[in-house]
Design a binder for this molecule. Structure first.
Ligand code: S3P
Length: 191
């Protein structure tokens, strides 16, 4: 794997697990910028995700996701919430890992459905049996989600608790990175 320089935090995981809410809370706690790849895709395309899926199809959406991710490598001190399918395509997970601590939020299919059922902007769930679809997609994707640095059950924790847990892990990883790179302020202290 390429060398990692962890200056950011990326949130991955299935739709409705709270990536955007947790991401905003984390960014406020750490005074980092906040980015959401779905917003970046919509801005780049000049239309909503539903319209991209309807007009151009899922492959076009995935291509846009890869394009917006190219900017992520240059980010510093950013929290990046990603669309639920982003890390399952191309080398997106490796790209995120190169510059970010990758935290995956997890919830059960029923909890996910309860969170997203009132919302209409998730074209992949516009099917007669959305819970079945959620199970199917989770099965297909779990191998990717499990490669995150940390996996957090977001169903049983508040947004703040999830954000605090990720912040704690981020500080540990930054400390390890600083001591490896000889930039640890404690290590540089004189005798
Ligand atoms: C998708 C998740 C959505 C959005 C698009 C596809 C997916 O983002 O990117 O509808 O493939 O799981 P959220 O996870 O933010 O809902």
């Amino acid at each position: 794997m390429t060398e990692r320089h962890i200056n950011n935090i990326a949130l991955v995981g299935f739709m409705g697990t709270g990536k955007t809410s947790v991401g905003r809370a984390l960014a406020t706690m750490l005074r980092f910028d906040f980015w959401d790849t779905d917003d970046l895709v919509e801005r780049r395309a000049g239309k909503s995700i539903s319209a991209i899926f309807a007009d151009d199809g899922e492959p076009a959406f995935r291509k846009l996701e890869c394009e917006v991710l190219e900017a992520v490598g240059a980010m510093q001190r950013a929290v990046i919430a990603t669309g639920g399918g982003l890390i399952t395509h191309s080398d997106n997970l490796a790209r995120l890992k190169a510059c970010a601590l990758v935290a995956c939020l997890w919830a059960s299919p029923d909890a996910i459905w309860n969170r997203v059922r009132q919302q209409s902007h998730r074209p992949l769930l516009n099917t007669p049996d959305p819970v079945h679809r959620i199970r199917e997609l989770l099965n297909q994707r779990q191998g990717f989600y499990r490669q995150a640095d940390i996996l957090i059950n977001a169903e049983v924790r508040s947004i703040r608790q999830v954000a605090q847990q990720i912040e704690h892990q981020f500080r540990i990883m930054q400390g390890q990175q600083n001591s490896r790179e000889g930039t640890d302020p404690k290590a540089r202290r004189g005798p």
